[in-house]
Design a protein around this ligand. Structure first.
Ligand code: B12
Ligand code: SF4
Length: 497
């Protein structure tokens, strides 16, 4: 039996909920009888200090530390390694996650012992069990001469039902905002090849948890925690028609009326049949990755869809009584003013069917993506994640305002543009920001008046306080937030927007 500490490092953006990846690894290790603790230093109410890390290490006395790394965590994770080493030089540090998978060798160079590529449950199980590193698939480590050795790849986990359920109560849940909703991850993998997408830990083969096990998890959470509302974190929930049909039958025959939101691709099997079926089983909103507003861009990003597919799906979704969330990205390196104008117009034409638009002002080139590989030299952002100037979200003050404030969302997008990733001209920047504004305004207008009143007052208070002092804002808004969540108002407001 080992003592394993799993850490999500601080990041340039907050984590609003416990990470599924570490939750799933924790579930597997607990099932094997190990003692597991998880700490999320990027959780909103956590706040990282080296002292808090040392006191955690002192009190928990881990044998092994596992660190999860997204690109936004990279520099924080690397300084965390240093701090851990300064506390106890001989602790085994293992890292994994999308950034490690996309940038093999980097975490080891910055002080960890073992890198895990791709899905981590079984690999971590073997490492913790003490198996010889040389025969563990899916890892990289330093040999006795200090040279990086990368073992053979590990196959993707096919039978997801065989995995232990993820556990979240090994995290300190009060570090997050309380939410009267639960997340579920019921499938992995996506067969598409969008050039900006960094979902590389789960690969292309689409695998899923059975309808029966999914339904049991929902019922379980209802019985044990009173949860009836779920957020499905899957990249795409609609890829398998038969599974959805089974889940529909289980949910509609059951006594509990569940509500949930999902992500989906624009094109999925038997759409005309599936959308009313989803509405019938409690689907309140679908978030679609549209990602481009001209045929040329959709072709270049290898989205596998055309503009008319986007229009048709959003319309059908709305007609089925499901709220529509449409996500766009603008400012790809080939996009001229004409493309950007056309995107603006296209987004505008979708307004009748969309409840919530998001529009990212620039495509962020995550490592491992085609977008990064093709352009990093030309646009001089090679390994940008190691340069602190790219941490534009990195302001832990005015937290609530940041989350809800239209103004701040605009500011973040402006900062993104100002970083000059793609050398946009002033004219291009203007069209992009006009589009972001259009999206924010439309989404705001689509909210219920009571939400608008509440969220608006909340934001203005947050803004006013943050102008006096960031600390004052954080303390006051956190107090208000705690009162609101304990009276369940927050969860009602967030529920279906
Ligand atoms: C749900 C989700 C979220 C949720 C929850 C995040 C979470 N930490 O779980 C929310 C909405 C909060 C979120 C936020 C963000 N997200 Co997000 N998110 C996802 C999504 C859709 C699913 C993640 C998931 O649950 N995967 C399922 C689990 C089982 O897989 P996993 O997380 O990869 O973990 C496995 C392996 O990576 C590995 N592993 C992970 N950690 C460790 C640690 C150890 C020690 C070991 C051994 C193994 C290991 O084992 C795990 C189990 O198999 C993914 C897309 C995807 N398909 O992965 C994007 C994704 C992870 N997100 C991404 C991004 C960019 C973000 C944000 C930065 C967005 C932003 N600009 O704010 C923030 C970061 C917030 C933060 N501070 O952590 C990118 C990451 C790319 C990258 N290179 O970093 C992804 C891949 C999306 C994409 N296609 O580009 N996200
Ligand atoms: S469809 Fe979504 S998950 Fe799949 S590759 Fe494209 S962006 Fe990534």
């Amino acid at each position: 039996m080992k003592r394993v500490l799993l850490i999500n490092p601080a990041a340039s953006t907050f984590a609003v909920e416990p990470p599924n990846g570490l939750g799933s690894i924790a579930g597997t290790l607990l099932q094997d009888g190990h003692i597991v603790k998880c700490k999320d230093f990027s959780a909103k109410h956590c706040g990282y200090t080296e002292e808090s890390l040392f006191s955690l290490l002192e009190s928990f006395q881990p044998d092994i530390i596992g660190v999860s790394i997204f690109t936004v965590h990279a520099t924080y994770a690397y300084s965390l390694f240093k701090s851990i080493r300064s506390f106890a030089n001989d602790l085994l540090i293992v890292s994994g996650g999308p950034h490690v998978t996309a940038s093999p060798g980097e975490a080891i160079e910055h002080g960890c012992d073992v890198e895990v590529y791709g899905e981590g449950e079984i690999t971590m199980q073997e490492i913790v069990a003490g198996k010889d590193l040389r025969i563990i698939k899916g890892i990289g480590f330093k040999d006795s001469k200090g040279k990086l050795v990368q073992n053979a790849k590990r196959d993707f986990i096919v039978d997801l039902d065989s995995l232990a359920d993820p556990v979240y109560d090994v995290f300190n849940l009060s570090d997050y905002e309380f939410r009267k909703e639960h997340k579920l991850l019921t499938s992995r993998g996506c067969p598409s090849s969008c050039t900006f997408c960094a979902s590389i830990t789960q690969g292309k083969p689409y695998r899923y948890i059975s309808a029966e096990k999914t339904y049991d998890s929902m019922l379980d959470r209802y019985k044990n925690h009173g949860i009836k509302y779920f957020v499905f974190d899957d990249d795409t929930c609609t890829a398998n028609y038969n599974r959805l049909k089974k889940l529909h039958s289980l949910i509609t025959k059951g006594d509990v009326k569940f509500g949930f939101v999902i992500n989906s691709k624009i094109r999925f099997p038997k759409k005309e049949e599936v959308l009313p079926m989803l509405a019938d089983m409690g689907c309140k909103a679908i978030s679609y990755g549209c990602d481009g507003g001209t045929e040329e861009t959709l072709r270049n990003i290898k989205k596998g869809i055309k503009l008319h597919h986007i229009k048709e799906t959003l319309k059908l979704t709305k007609e089925a009584g499901i709220n529509v969330r449409a996500n766009f990205i603008m400012g790809y390196p080939w996009e001229t003013e004409e493309h950007l104008h056309a995107t603006f117009k296209f987004i505008k034409s979708l307004k009748p069917w969309v409840d919530n638009f998001t529009c990212n002002a620039v495509p962020i080139p995550y490592p491992g993506t085609e977008l990064y590989n093709v352009y990093h030299e030309k646009f001089r952002f090679t390994k940008y994640w190691l340069d602190p100037k790219y941490s534009v979200h990195n302001k832990q003050d005015n937290a609530e305002f940041k989350r809800y404030g239209r103004y701040v969302m605009m500011e973040t997008q402006k900062k993104m543009l100002n970083l000059g990733w793609w050398n946009h001209s002033d004219a291009q920047q203007k069209i992009i920001l006009d589009t972001v504004e259009l999206c924010l305004k439309h989404s705001w207008k689509r909210r219920r008046w009571s939400d608008r009143f509440f969220v608006g007052s909340y934001c203005y208070l947050s803004k006013a306080l943050s102008q006096i002092s960031g600390r004052l804002e954080r303390k006051t808004m956190s107090l208000i937030n705690n009162i609101l969540v304990s009276t369940k108002i927050m969860s009602k407001i967030r529920r279906f927007v």
